[in-house]
Structure formats: C-alpha cells, structure tokens
Write a protein that binds this ligand. Structure first.
Ligand code: ADP
Ligand code: SF4
Ligand code: MG
Length: 337
C-alpha cells in the first residue's frame, strides 16, 4: 500500500468505499486460462465524492464496477482483495445479503442501460421495481413516487405509462437514472452514462448526475472510455490500463500534470478547445491481452519512454505529489511527451 493510500485510510470518518488489492477474474472452467480483468486495484471514495474511472475499452472498468455491486456474470469471480463499504466487508457477502445491498445501498446505471429495459413492461413499472423489491414505499404510494422520480430526472410524469420503444435514447437513460436513485443509495455507479447519446444530451445527462449527486449526497463512481466526458464531473480520476489503476489524482492535477505516459496520451487524444489541433493524436496499438499480460509494465509495448527495466519489472503505484499517484518508472519524463 502506498504512503498516500495509508494516509487516506487513516481518515475513515468520511470514507464510503475502500477497495484494497481487488482482483476479479473471468473463467469458463478449470482448463480455461482466466482473464484477469481487474488485477490488484486499490482506491477509496469519500461520501459525496465523485471518482471518475477512465481508460480504453477492455481495460476492466465495467468489471470493477460490477465487482463493487456484486453483479458479475456467473463466469466472473472476485479472487483476492477487500471491498469495504460503509465500514462493512462486502467482497465475499453471500447472495442473500447482496440482494439487500443492490439498489438500496449501491446502485448502478449499467453500460448500455438504455437498451436493457423490458420492452413489454411500462417504464413506470420498471422504475418501481427497486421500490417493490426493498418495500421502501407502500404499494399504494409507489406510482406517486415514480412520478416524482421522473420529475427529478426532467421527464414528464406521464412517461411512467409509456413503453421503452416510445422513448428516445436520452429519455431512456434518464429513466435508468431515475431507477438507480429510487431507493436513495449511498453509492451510485454510472457505467458509460453518456455513450451512444448525442453531444447535447450527453451534457444534459452529466449535469443531471452532478445535480442529483449534490442533492442526494451519494458517492459516485463514473466510468467512461472518454476522459473529456468525466473530467468536469469528477473530483478525482483513476486511469485504468490493462486491469490496473496506473494513475490517480484530482481532476485538475491530472489534466495539468499527467505523470503516466498513458494519461498523457489520453489527454492528447482529447478534442479540446484548449488544445491546439496539431496536438490531437490517437494512441497507436491496443491494450494487452488480459489472459496473458506482460510481466513488466503493461503499457511498455506502446510507450515511447519504455526501457529494459520497464519490460522486466512492473512499476508500482507510488506517490508523486499531493494526492497524486502513478505507476511509471520514468514519470519525471512524461512532461516532455
Ligand atoms: N463475461 C465475460 N467473460 C469473459 N471475459 C470477459 C467478460 N466480460 C468482460 N470480459 C473481459 O474482461 C476484460 C475487461 O472487460 P471490461 O471490464 O468490460 O472492460 P471495459 O469496461 O474497460 O471496457 C476484457 O478483456 C473483456 O474481454
Ligand atoms: S514504466 Fe516504462 S513502459 Fe511503463 S509507462 Fe512508464 S516509461 Fe512507459
Ligand atoms: Mg465497460
């Protein structure tokens, strides 16, 4: 554990979630080589804080979110590590207790949520589902509560009577948000909440998440492959690459002084008015195969700063500044990229 992480864990009063050395695998059976989708991840989230998790597709972001809410598919398994939520170890909770946690204490807007609604049930019935499961609102009052929730996400209350195909993608995403906040959870995980939405609707959804977070004071983990989408929303950002968190810092620090070559490249690939167009680049190559990740730094194959040491040893996540950690042997050279 790094010094910085130790310092933060001493401050437990406001800690909502703490994840230590979490590893999650997918395996089809004993003879199958497991996919190490999340491999030794540490991070903390305070009550009311927004943590952004960013990285290219296939880096383990959704698997991390699904591990936290304990909703992995059957072939997924939490191996090592600890997840503490509201002071309780939840990484190995039995199924019966997981059900009490989901929606009520931790809820998730799943990746592609707008396509996951049941086509033959009204939107209102589906939003009411968490309220029914947890029996939070008496049956006779559920319809009224659903109408209030729809208003909270800027939808007309009558949307409750409509079927999913009658709603636009943006409206369905708002309905998914309404469902996720129905039981007023302490932690909301939003996995790619703006993907597949047009730019204006993306901004509306992000503003809405921020407003709801301020009103309801839940901790929020926002996951996106698009750093630009979450930069403004997140207080702190974790950059995930090849199943590991390779850099974490407050959003502004990460933007101004990235200390990992991968973060620097993600920033350079942003279409950002503050960045001259000749600095917009794509990152060549692809993330590593998580069935058989390299022994040294997982970014080495794509990194201009890579040396023999990088190919031989895995760089640990270490403090490089105030609340700023990176996993790079040559972080002092990143500003030259
Ligand atoms: N159900 C699954 N079974 C096997 N492998 C999976 C499954 N879901 C995801 N993976 C693999 O786990 C790795 C991480 O995937 P994922 O968590 O979806 O990444 P991200 O959300 O960053 O795109 C990828 O290599 C992906 O192919
Ligand atoms: S440890 Fe080496 S290969 Fe890895 S990101 Fe840093 S410089 Fe690049
Ligand atoms: Mg994903």
């Amino acid at each position: 554990m790094s010094k910085q992480t130790q310092a933060r864990s001493a401050d437990t009063a406001e800690t909502l979630l703490s994840v230590r050395n979490l590893s999650t695998y997918y395996s089809e059976g004993e003879d199958d080589v497991p996919v190490r989708a999340v491999d030794g991840v540490d991070f903390e989230l305070a009550r009311g804080e927004t943590y952004g998790l960013v990285g290219e597709s296939g880096c383990g972001k959704s698997t991390l979110g699904l591990s936290l809410i304990r909703a992995l598919p059957p072939q997924g398994d939490i191996g090592d590590g600890e997840i503490r939520f509201n002071g309780r170890a939840i990484g190995q909770l039995p199924k019966s207790e997981i059900k009490d946690l989901q929606w009520a204490e931790i809820s998730m807007i799943y990746q592609g949520a707008q396509n996951a609604f049941n086509p033959v049930k009204t939107v209102g019935k589906q939003i009411a589902e968490p309220l029914r499961i947890h029996d939070i609102v008496p049956e006779g009052e559920r319809k009224g509560r659903v109408r209030e929730l729809l208003e909270k996400v800027n939808l007309q209350p009558d949307v409750a009577e409509q079927y999913p195909h009658e709603l636009s993608g943006g409206m369905k995403q708002r309905a998914a948000i309404a469902m996720a906040i129905a039981c007023e959870p302490d932690l909301l995980i939003a996995d790619e909440p703006t993907t597949a939405l047009d730019v204006i609707v993306q901004a509306e959804v992000l503003n809405m998440l921020q407003r709801l977070q301020e009103d309801l004071n839940f901790g929020m983990l926002v996951i996106s492959h698009n750093l630009a989408a979450i930069m403004k929303l997140a207080d702190r950002i974790g950059v995930m690459y090849g199943g590991e968190i390779v850099e974490t810092a407050p959003s502004e620090t990460l933007y101004d002084q990235p200390k990992h070559p991968y973060t620097a490249r993600l920033l350079q690939s942003l279409i950002d008015p503050r960045r001259p167009p000749d600095r917009v680049e794509t990152i060549e190559g692809t993330p590593p195969d998580l069935r058989n990740p390299p022994t040294g730094c997982r970014f080495a194959e794509r990194c201009e700063l890579a040396t023999e040491q990088c190919r031989a040893e895995a760089p640990p996540l270490e403090p490089v500044g105030d609340d700023h950690e990176t996993a790079c042997f040559h972080h002092e050279k990143v500003s030259q990229l």
